[in-house]
Design a protein around this ligand. Structure first.
Ligand SMILES: *Cc1c(COP(=O)(O)O)cnc(C)c1O
Length: 400
């Protein structure tokens, strides 16, 4: 999406604004499927929590993707977008047995990540096949908050507890149809991924009736020039060989699954905000925008990097700025950024704003959440209206 297009959208729809490019989503999706084209059965389940607008889900449906969901509400969004229940996998953590049963009733593939629920579910519903989320205890992920496969993590059932899983399966007569792992976001290297995969194969061969192995996600995308990202093509080559060999040993063509969120939508999104004020202090120049961590929390939450550009002054002299939001506590998008001279009312663009940006937005400071626009086949569509004051008060009861 070029500068003129984005500036035009900011003018047409006002700011702050999220813009998504479906062409980029399609390219990323095709990169994964091409990398694994030599595996007979491959299924990509897009992780809904990254960006959950129904129109984006429909884009994935048209690509023949499935969905990875973590709540019954995400399952319902997927069904609303037209997905078949069998194309949805539900991978919750720490939810009630009741919610898991409700999702199972909808016909969605259940993925269980703790022994206590496995035992209860197996006793009550031995006829419903379930997948098991294994924790391979691999330290992976860019930030401790997004590494979920290590020994102290709350996710998955430990590989050391496989004998316990087998005993539950035997006692309940339940049917395990898949083995799953998801070790974290921003896994850098293919080798770590392959190491975890070997562990998963070891577990999988102990279950006699599986149909699929789900390798989760964690693919890293570049945030700035020169950044390392997961070499998906190399991973494809190496994992394909191992997976196909495993299927031969197992005696069945299993389905290879992935469930990426960030890889598929991060780079497809831009966040546009307008500069309200320039403030010189003794130590820096602040550019304060008409947004804050209520709209894009990743820099404050994970210390993550979003490249920032001044769309309004591409030829301006480069200067150093701290870009800050309007929230009344520390609210920094980037410090010491070299950016073309910023003037009040200029439009700034934040890149990599497709994943975990709008989906984590809130009404903090009683602000409205932004609008979302989708660029699709050369046209712009408003896919979510900007909130209004009614949205702020709609669930509040006046009682005194
Ligand atoms: C969040 C999540 C994903 C997606 O992770 P990305 O890093 O965005 O690719 C996949 N699987 C599960 C179970 C998740 O919770």
């Amino acid at each position: 999406m070029n500068r003129e297009l984005l500036l035009g959208l900011a003018k047409k729809y006002d700011s702050p604004l999220y813009v998504y490019d479906t062409e980029k989503i399609k390219n990323q999706y095709n990169r994964i499927t091409s990398a694994f084209s030599k595996v007979k059965n491959v299924k990509i389940n897009y992780a809904v929590k990254a960006l959950s607008n129904i129109n984006i889900l429909k884009v994935f449906k048209n690509l023949h993707s499935g969905l990875d969901t973590v709540s019954i509400q995400e399952v319902k969004l997927g069904l609303l977008a037209g997905f078949n229940p069998i194309d949805i996998i539900y991978t919750p953590n720490g939810v009630s047995l009741k919610e898991i049963e409700d999702v199972a009733k909808l016909g969605v593939q259940i993925n269980i990540d703790n022994l206590s629920i496995l035992e209860l579910f197996g006793q009550k519903h031995p006829e419903i096949p379930v997948c098991i989320r294994i924790n391979p205890h691999i330290m992976a992920g860019g930030n401790s908050n997004i590494s979920v496969g290590h020994i102290d993590s709350k996710f998955g059932i430990s590989i050391h507890q496989v004998p316990h899983i087998l005993r539950v399966v035997e006692n309940t007569g339940m049917h395990i149809n898949g083995i799953h792992m998801h070790t974290g976001s921003d896994i850098l290297d293919v080798d770590t991924f392959l190491m975890a995969s070997e562990i998963l194969f070891d577990v999988a061969k102990q279950f006699k009736e599986i149909d699929f192995i789900d390798f989760g996600s964690g693919f890293k995308v570049p945030y700035k020039e020169g950044d390392i990202s997961t070499n998906i093509e190399d991973l494809g080559k190496q994992l394909t060989k191992r997976f196909n060999n495993f299927c031969k040993d197992y005696g069945k063509d299993l389905t290879l699954m992935f469930e990426p969120g960030k890889f598929l939508v991060s780079e497809a999104g831009c966040f546009l905000a307008k500069v309200n004020v320039i403030k010189q202090t003794t130590s820096t120049v602040f550019a304060g925008i008409d947004s804050g961590f209520n709209h894009l929390i990743r820099p404050m939450l994970y210390n993550s990097y979003h490249h920032i550009e001044n769309l309004s002054n591409p030829k301006g002299r480069e200067r150093f700025y701290s870009i800050v939001g309007y929230i009344c506590e520390t609210d920094t998008f980037g410090s010491n950024r070299r950016i073309h001279e910023i003037r009040e009312e200029d439009i700034l663009c934040f890149y990599n704003a497709g994943a975990y940006c709008y989906s984590m937005a809130s009404n903090y400071n009683s602000r409205y959440r932004p609008a979302e626009v989708m660029m699709h086949e050369g046209k712009d569509y408003l896919i979510r209206k900007r909130e209004t004051f009614d949205d702020i008060i709609k669930n509040q009861e006046l009682v005194i």
